[in-house]
Design a protein around this ligand. Structure first.
Ligand SMILES: [Zn+2]
Length: 472
């Protein structure tokens, strides 16, 4: 990935100060950063997802497994019977507005040295046999967190699978590496190949067992000849690579005469994938490292993020298939829903994926605020909490919440006057524990927390209280 946020905060500040952009609503200066392409390393003709040798191996293994399983996979297929659902889904816990982009479609031009996708575009590479669906933003963080699952696009029989391979390969590591993969043979004897998955994530079902549509079969990662976390999804009408089809149908599809998708997505899907709030700049890392996101949903005022003015945070948007001249609209909303600040940005270039961040003053009203970004008719939101106490007690519209001891070692007793939802968050605002309390007194085990400052958020029907405690 390109080091896209090279502009330092100070450089941006000077730039904007020099043209005197004043944010009247916050009474301060707004520091912005132009969108940058998050230059993703992609597989290409020199670094293909699968090599000719691998394709031969697949053909041999599938033929042998069909023989061992007594499956007749040489049926005539006068009619298409298999329809494909989207082969990825997000795991619980990923609340981003989107999570993928298309890195490459099937190459429809069989000539060497030239390439064309089904939509007559060039979103492919020479000889590419599948659809590369890449996960983004924070691709390796998503791998770490098992955020994106590979699911069966159609029901069928597992006709081959492999696991146990290293799963953080990058482009240039050499082609021909073995991937963690699953091959599913459908009732009409067509095959779906799911490639590059995470080590030890492959379904425990045996070759010969069946899967239903939507069934998890692995996690997205970067095993085999892979440039970064993505699923290489390839479909064969029969049992050899020469029967390859392209599940997308369009004017330049020469391989099949209709779409294989249950619901075909457009070739370009402009969208905002994520709107998020950060204590300072997001730091993208080069493959195979996970990004340093610096994301937080909790800010106690006065707030001093690294390298940031007091009470400023960085508001980022992450987008896919951005076109020149398109506009993204941002708003920061107060807890009561009124607008605290707003701005927009007109893109001056086209990007497969890109992101941009702006330094903005945080709202000063305690409570749950919202960062909203709208692009291509869809609004993506992220809530974040503002607390205004710089001491031990946070903001509090519940005066009857008591907790002790502080500092705590093993157990924390929290007294509420009615049933409550109690959350323990780390200082970055990530929820560590959630307790649904029916009683007026709740004991929370904190012995498993490492030492440091934590936040207790108590929600009752009367309101929300946020307090800090120290774990020894
Ligand atoms: Zn591929």
């Amino acid at each position: 990935m390109k080091k896209s946020l090279k502009l330092s905060f100070i450089t941006s500040a000077i730039f904007l100060l020099s043209i005197k952009i004043v944010n009247a609503q916050t009474g301060g200066f707004a520091f912005s950063m132009d969108p940058k392409e998050n230059q993703i390393q992609k597989n290409d003709a020199v670094n293909p997802c699968l090599t000719a040798i691998e394709y031969e191996l697949i053909e041999t293994r599938c033929a042998e497994n069909n023989r061992l399983l007594n499956i007749n996979n040489t049926l005539e297929r006068p009619l298409l019977t298999t329809s494909l659902s989207w082969p990825l889904k997000t795991a619980a816990g990923l609340t981003d507005c989107g999570y993928y982009f298309i890195g490459a479609y099937v190459d429809q031009n069989s000539a060497s040295g030239v390439f064309k996708d089904w939509n007559c575009g060039t979103r492919t590479y020479d000889g590419h046999g599948g659809t590369d669906i890449a996960i983004w933003p924070f691709p390796f963080n998503k791998v770490d967190n098992n955020s994106v699952e590979v699911i069966a696009a159609a029901a069928g029989t597992i006709i081959d699978k492999h696991d146990g391979e290293f799963d953080r390969n990058c482009v240039g590591v050499g082609s021909g590496l073995t991937a963690n993969y699953v091959i599913i043979q459908h009732a009409d004897a067509s095959l779906a190949l799911y490639w590059h998955m995470k080590k030890n994530s492959i379904t425990s079902k045996a070759i010969g067992q069946t899967v239903v549509v939507g069934e998890p079969i692995g996690m997205v990662a970067s095993s085999g000849s892979s440039s970064g976390p993505h699923l290489h999804f390839e479909v064969w009408a029969g049992n050899t690579a020469s029967t390859r089809i392209d599940p997308y149908y369009g004017a330049c599809n020469l391989l099949n005469t209709s779409t294989w998708w249950v619901s075909q997505k457009p070739a370009y899907e402009p969208a905002i994938l994520k709107a998020s709030v950060h204590i300072t700049d997001y730091v993208p890392k080069v493959c195979p490292n996970s990004d340093t996101t610096n994301e937080s949903t909790f800010y106690t005022l006065p707030f001093n993020g690294p390298g940031m003015p007091t009470d400023f945070a960085k508001f980022f948007v992450f987008l896919r298939d951005v076109s020149t001249g398109s506009i993204v609209d941002m708003k920061i909303l107060n807890p009561n829903g009124t607008i605290y600040s707003s701005w927009n940005y007109t893109f001056t270039g086209a990007f497969n994926v890109c992101y941009a961040g702006w330094s903005k003053h945080l709202p000063i009203t305690p409570g749950v605020c919202t960062f909203q970004a709208a692009y291509n008719g869809v609004t993506c939101s992220q809530n974040f909490t503002i607390s205004t106490n710089n001491g031990i007690a946070g903001y509090d519209n519940l005066t009857d919440i008591v907790f002790y001891p502080n500092p705590a070692t093993d157990n924390l007793t929290i007294e509420t006057q009615q049933k409550a939802v109690i959350e323990i968050l780390n200082i970055a605002g990530q929820i560590i524990k959630t307790i649904h309390s029916a009683d007026k007194q709740t004991s929370v085990n904190v012995s498993d927390l490492s030492g440091g400052v934590y936040i207790i958020k108590v929600k009752t029907e009367k309101g929300v209280a946020v307090k800090k405690f120290f774990k020894e």
